[in-house]
Design a protein around this ligand. Structure first.
Ligand code: ADP
Ligand code: MG
Length: 579
């Protein structure tokens, strides 16, 4: 079958353009990305073979191989992992499956227009444009792959300029090899020679040391400078003539090493690998449990929320290892859904290697781990709040909406979550307030915590419901996330104070005044009886009752719900969901 030419999907093409005209100052990271993919492919093959022993695949020597050719100016990253089928290559490499791509590209354009320093780099990181990063250093890329268990392989080639070719090949080895045809060497900058064993060694050490599979480099003959002949594995079984491949990484699991032995950078590199993110995490959390059920955990709070966090098919979960061996990617049972943005690794000592997801969901030990990890994440946020308010504020901006789901779904940690939550308020223009701070500012005699939900701060502030509160200088929380309605109802109280929507029920802001003027009220009632009756008649089915109120100061009228009715914002939300 001859090679067929295809066009990249529009978004993919745009990202490729960015790569080619590289927005990254540090091009070395392309190798980290390719090694990361190769490592994933080896993990996947091992897991698949574990599940299905009849899979026709060789798992006896899973590894990654780096092969540089100075004369041809190529660098090849090869793995003997799961590989890809013909269709998969087109799907996985030719398109960007990421949802939110349009939004991303829009933000990218805006960042460009405003010429924000570093903004592009930051944004592109959200996409984990892993494979494409090869085009930062190469003007053409060839990928040859064969899916484990299949007999035919596929060759993919591209110059990154809008099209790629696909062709079936008969003799591809199991796994994937990616060959970069490197851009011409910069004579002024030998540091960027990616065919140099020194350079390759350095990059692997820096970014991929913890990868659990051996990353080998076969020295290019034994050159005059003897490069590549140092630090070799002493493999006596090898023939004299063929230089033994050198293993570049230590393969040590970071979570199994003592804390002071691992640098922050190393933790960050692990995060980028497991989190498929290009940016550093906001927090690194280490956890160790000894005793009857031993485990270690390394968790990361990302610095930015991914675009698809609220999509149904968002891949959540941690990597689950048993004594340094990965047994499950995306293990959801280890964290509650509202902490789905947390990335990381759990390594448990006593679990069966082929435990299923279903069994894990009900496993008592896994349940224990989940509860402990959950508390640890919340307490980390609490520490951040106390010690680094700016970082906390940034965290809450990114993940507050998700965490608030926990107020509804996780009663066990509700109080702890309420303590680390913050909200918009009439007291501040842009800052957020905690409930505790709200309580401290409450007026004498104020019994309740007032809030109002709506689509935006502005729409809430313009609501007639706010008038009386504004006039009396009573603080109101301004809640703009759809989930706010739900938790505010579910939670009910904070430290003995009721949470009350200013849009619900009767609110007597000045109880004493009202009592004093009971007579007057009565009189008013009689005076307006005619009008109220007429309005009730006119509005008919649309309202339950028309009554006089002291809550307005400027607007003539407003719509109020019964205390236990849906508020207007929630009604809108349900309507939008088609209910
Ligand atoms: P990510 O790794 O974040 O998914 P990449 O752009 O790095 O994004 O890779 C895209 C996809 O291509 C991977 O998810 C994987 O399915 C496939 N892929 C890339 N490299 C390999 C490889 N060496 N072996 C098998 N599949 C690969
Ligand atoms: Mg990748």
């Amino acid at each position: 079958m001859p090679a067929e030419t295809f066009e990249f999907q529009v978004e993919a093409r745009q990202l490729l353009q960015l790569m080619i005209h590289s927005v990254y100052s540090n091009k070395d990271v392309f190798l980290r990305e390719l090694v990361s993919n190769a490592s994933d492919a080896l993990d996947k093959l091992r897991l698949e073979k574990l599940r299905d022993d009849s899979l026709d695949a060789d798992v006896s020597d899973l590894h990654i191989e780096l092969d540089a050719d100075k004369d041809a100016r190529t660098l090849t990253v090869r793995d003997n992992g799961i590989g890809m089928s013909y269709d998969e290559v087109g799907q996985l490499i030719g398109t960007i499956a990421h949802s939110g791509t349009a939004q991303f590209l829009q933000e990218l354009r805006e960042a460009k227009e405003e010429a924000k320093e570093g903004a592009e780099e930051g944004l592109i990181g959200q996409f984990g444009v892993g494979f494409y990063s090869g085009f930062m250093v190469a003007d053409a890329v060839t990928l040859v792959t064969r899916r484990a268990g299949e007999s035919e392989g596929t060759r993919w080639t591209s110059r990154g300029e809008g099209t790629y070719t696909l062709e079936k090949v008969a003799d591809a080895p199991q796994g994937t090899s990616v060959t970069l045809h490197l851009k011409p060497a910069d004579p002024d900058n030998q540091l960027h020679d990616y065919t140099s064993p020194y350079k390759i060694r350095e990059i692997v050490k820096r970014y991929s040391d913890f990868i659990t599979w051996p990353i080998r480099m076969t020295p290019e003959g034994t050159g005059p400078d003897g490069e590549g002949s140092q630090d070799q594995d002493q493999d006596q079984g090898q023939e004299q003539a063929a230089p033994a491949p050198e293993t570049l990484n230590s393969m040590k699991a970071l979570w199994a090493r003592s804390r002071d032995e691992v640098s922050e950078e190393e933790y960050h590199e692990l995060y980028k690998h497991v989190g498929h993110d290009w940016r550093d995490p906001m927090e690194t959390i280490r956890l160790q449990a000894e005793g009857t059920f031993e485990y270690q955990a390394l968790l990361f709070l990302p610095a930015h929320a991914p675009f698809d966090l609220f999509n149904r098919d968002y891949r959540r979960g941690l990597q689950l290892y048993v004594r340094r061996v990965l047994i499950m990617e995306d293990c959801e049972a280890l964290l509650p859904p509202y902490l789905r943005f947390v990335k990381g690794v759990v390594d448990a000592a006593d679990l069966s290697l082929n435990v299923s997801r279903e069994i894990l969901q009900q496993d008592r030990h896994i349940d224990m781990i989940r509860r402990r990890l959950t508390k640890k994440v919340i307490s980390t946020v609490k520490d951040m709040m106390a010690k680094n308010p700016d970082r906390y504020a940034a965290f809450w901006r990114e993940f507050g909406t998700v965490l608030k789901e926990g107020l509804v779904t996780d009663p066990e940690n509700r109080d702890a979550l309420l303590a680390v939550a913050s909200f918009g308020s009439t007291h501040h223009d842009s800052e957020q307030t905690t409930l505790k701070q709200y309580l401290e500012r409450m007026k004498d005699g104020q019994e309740d915590i007032y809030y109002l939900t709506g689509e935006s701060r502005q729409s809430i502030e313009n609501s007639p419901h706010m008038e009386a509160f504004r006039d009396r200088g009573i603080e109101v929380l301004l809640l703009t996330d759809p989930v706010d309605e739900v938790w505010a109802d579910a939670v009910g109280t904070f430290e003995g104070k009721n949470l009350r929507s200013v849009a619900k029920g009767r609110i007597d802001l000045d109880a004493e005044d009202t009592e004093a003027s009971e007579d007057e009220q009565k009189k008013q009632g009689e005076e307006y009886a005619g009008l109220l009756g007429w309005m009730t008649e006119q509005l008919g089915e649309d309202v339950k009752e028309v009554r006089l109120s002291s809550r307005l100061t400027v607007s003539p009228a407003c719509v109020v719900s019964d205390a236990d009715d849906l508020t207007p914002a929630l009604e809108n939300m349900y309507r939008a969901m088609g209910q």
